[in-house]
Every structure is written in structure tokens, then in C-alpha cells.
Design a protein around this ligand. Structure first.
Ligand code: GCW
Length: 689
């Protein structure tokens, strides 16, 4: 582990211990013939120097030509420039390859054991180099390698909810923001290492700032709102700062985007309106876009939270969201920029689930081609489990992206271990039946420009980047899944554990199991695992609400009452295509894990196995605590297999998680008992203490 002031995460590149593997790696990778043109190739050479230096236990030799008297070498370059690459890869293969795709292939060339990494673009080659190093970090063989990889989704973004100039991060649990806007355009080493992490998992876009770009004009708002100043980034004097950051990410194949305020013509300009159908407003945005591109020639575009939670939008001028978004689309179009327009719009808390569909579905086909409607995975708000948003599969004529939350706002924040990859897999694999059976969400996001994923990031200034070492797995997993939603969770987990904690089989198995047990555990003690949601504390008087249990606060979201629990969301069920709509609408056919999301049922309603609803809720809450206890104990057993610093950090948090899970359990079961009046069959509720 290199001595830096912050963790290397999954780019540890620990030395290969096994002599046979090490010798095979050294034969093929000690000598590297890598092209030097292009910024991404510079990054690739740096990564090879660092990665191979660690893995091989000695620095690689980087050659400007094919090395002669060696047994083998690694070649990284274009087919047209390298004979060894031409020996391994046909021209048709490159012609057919996606511009971000790559080929990693072993070849015997002039009696030498070689590995070639090639692609149609430098960015593709950078991704190929990361794949090769990932393979070596997992001690996979390099003989007979034949990898042809392409991204399944075009847009793979990370959204930062960082507040510029205030260093705070909304829903951030890893310390302050890594972006130092006062210091910019001076750069920090940290930006380069963050770009390495993102590029290593195929992320190709970053939104630098919080979607809440100004203080929402609503009374009693969360104190954090004072921190919302992102609209200022569009001021001309701040664009050199944006350009400086963009230069670092560009070298790693990552385009830079900004969250903008819809009233920017008023806030950052001198207009008195932001009406999308006003010519002066259109002219303002067009000139502002020109100005931005003068500073950042490959700028990605704008992300907008409009008419949502106090942020301004087209509704302020009685315009709809298509009129609103297309204004910015037109301004960006000449520069090849894209607008990400968030569908997280709700007027009230009265059955929030139906509102995004009611607002956006009627606008299908009215958005310009360079506008992507960015839809949260579920209809409420990143709850531990939600059904998919009914907008997926309902806007065939519109580019859509799925917004996922990497940061753990509702799943234990910086304390609880909760692996989101299985949650995201469930979303992406859900069949929408939009084009009949076999139309999963992931297919609606794939293989078309302007479609893809956006992940709300979890990094901050903490030395371990993510507040909790195990939370690094969520950033890693998001990138891998965005690149290829067909990857199974187990494969992603195995990759991450081996690159982060090494290849000791006991460690790989234990940490993988702990990660895969973590989400179900959180579901058990924070929701009762039958589709309930919004059971958390939500008052704005603390910076970090959404952490503690407070089921009594929002009964409208979970429907607990004397006669039963759950919410009749039949209206929401109707927004889906058949047979999903019927399945959700039927108590018999609705999957248990979403039952109380769609239905209000008596406490003594019997589930398939004869258990009543209230008993299953009791059982799951108690089960959840035991699952955390087991995870903690299994982690404890690894104390001599994982370095002390990380082991102790995680162990302390498991202790805290166990105590907090008990608090959740006790609060939830007492709340259910207060309403149901039905004691636990095992005598645990009501609690006698
Ligand atoms: O998840 C909720 C959060 C807010 C967030 C908002 C959103 C950035 O509680 O912190 O604001 O949704 O997604 O816009």
C-alpha cells in the first residue's frame, strides 16, 4: 500500500506473492511498449508505471519501440502503429469496436509472449489498461487472454452534491468536498487521483456541483441550505476554475458538467426574467453557453433540478418542463452539449409516487434530442427499497437516464455497511414490459446516445474517500454496473474485494458475504422488509436527518393505523405496463418485498407462509439486528488478515451499526405494536424493559 495521505481504494496494486503467477506477469509486463501521443495515453503510461510497479514488485521498463532481447512484453497502442498489435487484432475488429471499447489479447509475436491492449481511441486504450491491471490485481492468468469489451451504456456520470465555496456536501458522509473552489484554478493532486478512480471503472462524466444551486425559498428549510451557492459557477470569473478541473478529468476520459440554476439569467445575469419563451432569456443562455465552451471546449452540459424542493423552474412562468429544458438544449446544441433534466418533481407529499409520471409522461417526444430526462430509480426518494419508477418504459420518444444514489442517505449514511449493487441490479433488471416481455430498465438505458446512468457520489475529503471503507464498494460497483448492467453483483463484488483487500480466499469470501448480507439487513431493521418506507427522521433541524428512526413522522408514506399498515397505491400500479400493473395491483401476486408499498393490509393479514403481516415485521426487525451482529463478528475474525487501520475503522462502525440497528428495531416494533396491539408470538414485543 503506497504511503499517501489518502487511501488507494481499489488501486492498491499489492505485489504478487505467488512465484508462478509473478513470473508469468513479469515475462509479459516488465517491458512495456506504449504509445505516447494523446493525454489519455499519458495517463495510461502513468497507471502502468504505478500498477505494474506495485504488482510486479519492481518498476516496469517503458520503451518507445518494441523491446528486442526480452521473452515478452506488453504493447499498448493503435493497430496501425504497432506490428505486434496487427498480429493480434484484425482491422475489422477495430472498425466494429465502440469508440470507448478495447481489446486485450495475448499473442506470440516473433517468439515472444506478448499482451496487446488496443482500441479505436486513446480513451478505449486507457480503459483497456485498467482492465488488464484489474485482471492482474485479481491474479487472473495472462496466457490465452482474449478480451473484447464495450460499454453497454453511453452516459456514465457521477453527480456531486458538493456546494462550491462552502466545501460542504449535501448528503455527504465523507467529510468536506474535495473541490477547493477558493484555491482553484490551482489544482490539487487529489483531483488526479479521484479521476483515476473514476476512469478505472469507466465513468465518463462528472457533474461538479449540487443540484440545489440556490437557497430554496421555503420557510424553516434545512440549515444546510445556506450552503447552496452553485449558481455562482456560471459567473464568468468562476469559469477558469471549472476549466482547470475539467483539464484533469479530460485526461482521464471524463467530461465535465455543471448543475445550473434555472433562474441564472436573473441571479448570474442582469435579466429580470427566466421565462423560457422570452427571447432575451434564450439569447442569455446561448451567450452563456458560448462563454462556457470558450473555457471548456469539451464541456458536457448542464444538470437541472427545476420546480423541485424550492428550486426555480419553468413553472414560475407557467411553462412546462419540455419548454423549460429545451431552452437550455438549444443553447448547448451548437456545442454538442447535453441537458440532464431531473424528473424529481413533486408538488406535495400526497402520494408522491404518481407525480413524476403525471408530469413527464404527457411530455414524451417533446424534448429535444440533446435533452435527457434523469429519473430516480424509484418514485419516492432513494429509499432502501422502492419499486422502479413508472417513467421507465413510459417515455419511448425521450432520452432517459436512471439516477442512482451511491451515497447512503437512507441506508446508514457514513456508519452502516450497505452494499447498493444488489439494489441497483434489482432496479436495472426489472422488466418494464414496455416492448412486451423482456424490456428491463437497463435495456432502456443502453446503447443509445444520451441514455445511461447518473450516480449521486459519496466521496469527500476523508482519507478513505467515502467515510466508511466498505462504502468504496458502492462507488466501484456503480461504475462497473454503469459500464455493463449485465454484470452480476457477485462478479463486481469479487473484483472489488480482491483489488481492495487482496486475494486471500478467506478474506475474499468473508468480505463478499458481508457485503451481500448488508442490504437485506438494512431493509430488515429500517423498513421491516415488506415495502414500507419513509420510516426515518426527517426534520430539517439537524444537518443529517434521514438517519434515525421516526416512523410516526410521515404516516402518509407507510399508512400505519389502528386497522392495518401499508398504502393503497393502486393509482401508481396503473402507471405500469401490463402484466406489471396487474401484478402490483393484486395482493396475491404483488411480491412480498413491495406488498405494503402498494397495499394497505390488516395487521393480521396472512402472508403466503401463514405468518401475519405484523409478525413478519417483528421477525424481520429482530432478524436485521442479528444479521448485523453476524456481519460484525465475521469482520472481527479478519483482524489478522486485513491491515489494522482499515480493520479497526470498519470494526468500530460495525459496533455503532449494531447499536443503531437495535435502536431502529426497538423503535419500529414499538410503533407497530402501538398501532396493531398484537404482541409478538415470541414474546419480544411489547418489550418488558
Ligand atoms: O434525496 C433528497 C435529498 C435532498 C436532495 C433531493 C434531490 C439534493 O433529501 O438532499 O437534494 O432529494 O434529489 O434533489
Amino acid at each position: 500500500m503506497r504511503v499517501t495521505d489518502y487511501d488507494d481504494c481499489w488501486l492498491q496494486y499489492d505485489a504478487v506473492e505467488d512465484p508462478a503467477i509473478r513470473s508469468s506477469y513479469r515475462t509479459r509486463c516488465t517491458h512495456v511498449f506504449a504509445s505516447t501521443e494523446g493525454p489519455e495515453l499519458g495517463v495510461a503510461r502513468d497507471e502502468l508505471r504505478t500498477g505494474l510497479g506495485g504488482l510486479l514488485g519492481r518498476d516496469p521498463h517503458l520503451w518507445m519501440h518494441p523491446p528486442r532481447s526480452v521473452d515478452g512484453f506488453l504493447a499498448v497502442g493503435r493497430r496501425e502503429r504497432m506490428a505486434v498489435v496487427r498480429a493480434a487484432v484484425d482491422a475489422e475488429e477495430i472498425d466494429a469496436l465502440h469508440e470507448e471499447g478495447y481489446i486485450v489479447r495475448s499473442v506470440e509475436w516473433e517468439g515472444k509472449d506478448c499482451i496487446v491492449v488496443t482500441a479505436a481511441t486513446d480513451k478505449g486504450m486507457l480503459y483497456g489498461v485498467y482492465h488488464l491491471l484489474r485482471r492482474m490485481a485479481a491474479r487472473r492468468p495472462l496466457a490465452d487472454v482474449d478480451i473484447v469489451e464495450e460499454p453497454k451504456t453511453e452516459e456514465r456520470l457521477v453527480n456531486h452534491w458538493d456546494n462550491p465555496f462552502r466545501a460542504s456536501v449535501e448528503r455527504g458522509y465523507a467529510g468536506t468536498s474535495i473541490f477547493d473552489w477558493e484555491q482553484l484554478p490551482d489544482l490539487r493532486e487529489r483531483y488526479r487521483d479521484y479521476a483515476r478512480l473514476l476512469a478505472s471503472v469507466g465513468i465518463n462524466g462528472i457533474v461538479l456541483n449540487n443540484v440545489n444551486t440556490q437557497k430554496p425559498d421555503r420557510p424553516g428549510a434545512n440549515p444546510a441550505v445556506a450552503e447552496m451557492e452553485g449558481w455562482q459557477l456560471l459567473r464568468e470569473r468562476n469559469l477558469p476554475k471549472v476549466a482547470a478541473i475539467a483539464s484533469v478529468f479530460r485526461r482521464h476520459g471524463i467530461r465535465t458538467y455543471l448543475s445550473v440554476n434555472y433562474a441564472a439569467p436573473i441571479l448570474a445575469g442582469d435579466l429580470d426574467t427566466a421565462d423560457p419563451l422570452d427571447d432575451d432569456v434564450a439569447r442569455w443562455w446561448a451567450e452563456k453557453a458560448d462563454e462556457v465552451y470558450d473555457h471548456v471546449s469539451d464541456f458536457g452540459g448542464f444538470l437541472v433540478k427545476a420546480d423541485s424542493e424550492g428550486q426555480p423552474g419553468p413553472y414560475d412562468y407557467d411553462r412546462n418542463h419540455a419548454e423549460g429544458a429545451n431552452l437550455l438544449g438549444r443553447a448547448l446544441e451548437p456545442h454538442g452539449g447535453r441537458v440532464y433534466w431531473r424528473a424529481f418533481v413533486y408538488a406535495s407529499h400526497k402520494d408522491r409516487s404518481v407525480q413524476a409520471y403525471d408530469t413527464f409522461e404527457p411530455l414524451d417526444g417533446e424534448f429535444l434530442d440533446n435533452v435527457t430526462v434523469q429519473i430516480k430509480n424509484g418514485p419516492i426518494d432513494f429509499q432502501p427499497r422502492e419499486p422502479i419508477s413508472s417513467l421507465f418504459g413510459s417515455m419511448p420518444e425521450t432520452s432517459v437516464a436512471c439516477e442512482l444514489q451511491i451515497t447512503q442517505e437512507y441506508t446508514g449514511q457514513g456508519v452502516h455497511a450497505c452494499y447498493h449493487v444488489p439494489l441497483w441490479k434489482e432496479t436495472l433488471d426489472t422488466d418494464t414490459y414496455a416492448d412486451g416481455e423482456g424490456t428491463p430498465v437497463k435495456d432502456l438505458l443502453s446503447r443509445r446516445e444520451g441514455r445511461g446512468l447518473a450516480g449521486v457520489g459519496n466521496v469527500g475529503e476523508d482519507p478513505n474517500w467515502t467515510g466508511h471503507y466498505l462504502a468504496q464498494s458502492n462507488l466501484y460497483g456503480y461504475g462497473r454496473l454503469a459500464w455493463n448492467p449485465d454484470l452480476d453483483a457477485e462478479t463486481i463484488t469479487d473484483e472489488w474485494v480482491r483489488q481492495t483487500f487482496g486475494n486471500d480466499p478467506d478474506v475474499v469470501e468473508a468480505v463478499s458475504d458481508i457485503l451481500h448480507d448488508s442490504w437485506p439487513a438494512v431493509l430488515d431493521y429500517t423498513t421491516g422488509h415488506l415495502g414500507l418506507m419513509h420510516m426515518m427522521y426527517n426534520q430539517d433541524d439537524v444537518l443529517e436527518n434521514h438517519y434515525n428512526p421516526s416512523p410516526g413522522e410521515w404516516p402518509g408514506y407507510h399508512g400505519a393505523s389502528e386497522d392495518g399498515i401499508g398504502v393503497d397505491r393502486s393509482e401508481y400500479a396503473e402507471q405500469f405496463h401490463s402484466p406489471l400493473s396487474e401484478r402490483y395491483a393484486s395482493v396475491e401476486d404483488c411480491p412480498d418485498e413491495l406488498l405494503l408499498f402498494f397495499h394497505h393490509l390488516p395487521w393480521d393479514h396472512e402472508l403466503d407462509d401463514g405468518t401475519t403481516v405484523v409478525q413478519r415485521l417483528y421477525d424481520n426487525c429482530f432478524e436485521g439486528v442479528e444479521e448485523v451482529r453476524s456481519m460484525r463478528d465475521r469482520w472481527a475474525e479478519l483482524d489478522d488478515r486485513v491491515d489494522t487501520a482499515r480493520h479497526r475503522h470498519v470494526a468500530e462502525r460495525f459496533d455503532e451499526q449494531l447499536a443503531h440497528a437495535k435502536h431502529w428495531r426497538d423503535t419500529m416494533v414499538a410503533y407497530f405494536y402501538d398501532h396493531a396491539g398484537i404482541p409478538d408470538a415470541h414474546g419480544r414485543v411489547p418489550r418488558d424493559d
